[in-house]
Design a protein around this ligand. Sequence first.
Ligand code: KG4
Ligand code: ZN
Length: 340
Amino acid sequence: MNVLGIETSCDECSAAVVKDGSEILSNVIATQIELHRPFDGVVPELASRLHTEWISQVVNAAILQANISKKDIDAIAVTCKPGLLGSLLVGVNFAKGLAQTLDVPFVGIDHIRAHLYAPQIEHPLKYPYLGVLLSGGHTVICRVDSYDSIEVLGTTVDDAIGEAFDKVAKHYGLGYPGGVMIDRLAQKGDDLAFRFPGSNLKETYHPYDISYSGLKTAVINQLELFSTGKEASAENIAASFQRVAVGMLMKRVDRALTDTGLKRISAGGGVAANSLVRSSLKAYEDKGFEVSFPSLKLCTDNGAMVAGLGYRYISDGITSSCNLDASSRVAAFKKTVVEL
Ligand code: KG4
Ligand code: ZN
């Protein structure tokens, strides 16, 4: 079964063809990064306008690169939530029109679930596992029992991890997109040059939740307060910030693994491309855990993860009607209630 996946939730206009849920025949990603760079962030109005201009060509390129023709598409999957509403609507309406023209089923996909599913395409991991979703809009630690059964254990209570990376980078003029620049600079910096504070959420109430706003404020506004006297170079700031940002996350991951007894870990989302995140999670392999990451191209927004998850739904007979709407809001996932 060839599934065409379409992703337009933010600033990547992407389409992919995935065969039988695992063979990526094409994964075209037209990034808008250069066009948003002058604004140091994504401009929603500009993003939706560019998706409208590009979507048809991106889908055609995905079909061409897959070496198939339109009549070989068996189903269409499209991201319908959460994200920028105007951008999502472009993908959803395009998918609906194409599905009707080709007379094939289509299914709306939750972007968060697609990120969590991405590692399964290349390196299938047995369920259940601890899912760690790290992106520009979300930070979620969850128990994943199947592609469609996800129990959220903890989330950020304020900024998402990628948002914290991007805002710190923007403040210091490190370049855009900020996460990648911080990762690069941090390789050359002293990660103990600044002793920034971690999350101060009470562990009794929030064992797996995380807060990035305090760290972000400290790095942006209180640099001198946390200095150890070393040079305030971009490299040192980036390395010290990254050490604490990832350390805070790993503390929660560790606690969640101990409490749930899960032996498998999978990470997804743009910040799962971060070198310190990857090496910190990879270190669990030495303790007997199975760890799975998507390749770098499947970490950030892409159509293949949408097509891969779409294949699962469609194989199980789950499709969407032509009334499918786009939504900017995060769908409710079951959240674990912590007994006190
Ligand atoms: O998953 P994604 O492409 O889009 C969202 O769904 O948000 O993630 C984008 C985020 C941005 O915040 C970007 O700065 C961050 O992922 N990112 C990174 C790295 N690569 C991308 N953050 C830290 N280190 C990286 N290497
Ligand atoms: Zn994303």
